[in-house]
Design a protein around this ligand. Structure first.
Ligand code: PEP
Length: 248
């Protein structure tokens, strides 16, 4: 049985005061009705404050990207070791905004997964097809390519990562894949992992992301291979995020 997981992705939003406000509200709401693991991936500059705030709570803090390099002349970059030192638990790798706006290729993303695992962070490797891919019926090919990159590197530990399936056309658009459609892709991802390692496939958490809201979360989370959600917009609203966690 995989414990459900809900991770909020704040993107480049928030402030120090919003960090305190959101995290204290979420922390207060965690009770017996919430039986899922909870994470928040906040902007780098709020990680320290966020960790201070959740010290006594079950919420685990993460970052939204990481450098593939370990140290050196890489102005502006943040290494996995630095994130670990700040107490990060997770790091998103390959969010579609990183793939498209910052041209992060599969090859670079695999180096980021390795860097994260090397520092004992749990990478949340994001995959998903664009609207054009979806309309051309290329979803399976895109997923095969993105997951294939992960599987082609034998140094990656398949027991120490989370995968998030986020159809790009559903991110921030109010559109979601239907629960059945999402389940099919999640099952496909798990089958690809199973070909490499059956045990890893069994315990692997695969999150769904793309306009998850309190009113569509239940049906998505009921699907056999959907183990929780990666939540963008709704994670900036404490009540909505708490309600999604309750549904998980
Ligand atoms: C995301 O940014 O990962 C995301 C899923 O965003 P939203 O929930 O707003 O679609």
């Amino acid at each position: 049985m995989r414990q459900p997981l809900v991770i909020g992705n704040w993107k480049m939003n928030g402030s120090l005061s919003l960090t305190s406000e959101l995290l204290s509200k979420i922390d207060k709401a965690i009770d017996d009705k919430i039986a899922c693991d909870i994470g928040v991936c906040v902007p780098f500059v709020y990680i320290d404050r966020a960790n201070e705030l959740v010290k006594k709570s079950a919420i685990k803090v993460g970052a939204q990207t990481v450098s593939e390099y370990s140290s050196g002349a890489y102005t502006g970059e943040i290494s996995a070791q630095m994130l670990a030192e700040l107490g990060c638990h997770w790091v998103l790798v390959g969010h579609s905004e990183r793939r498209t706006l910052f041209n992060e290729s599969n090859a670079v993303l695999i180096d980021k997964v390795l860097a994260a695992q090397g520092a004992d962070l749990l990478p949340v490797y994001c995959v998903g097809e664009t609207e054009a891919d979806y309309k051309s019926g290329l979803t399976v090919d895109v997923i095969k390519d993105q997951i294939g990159a992960l599987l082609s590197d034998p140094s990656i530990d398949l027991n120490r990562l989370v995968i998030a399936y986020e159809p790009v056309w559903a991110i921030g658009t109010g559109l979601t894949a239907s629960p059945e459609e999402a389940q099919k892709v999640h099952a496909f991802i798990r089958s690809l992992i199973r070909e490499k390692n059956a045990e890893s496939a069994k315990q692997l958490k695969i999150l769904y992301g793309g306009s998850v809201k309190p009113d569509n979360a239940s049906l998505l989370f009921k699907q056999q291979d959907i183990d929780g959600g990666l939540i963008g917009g709704a994670s900036l609203d404490a009540d909505a995020f708490i309600s999604i966690c309750q549904k998980a």
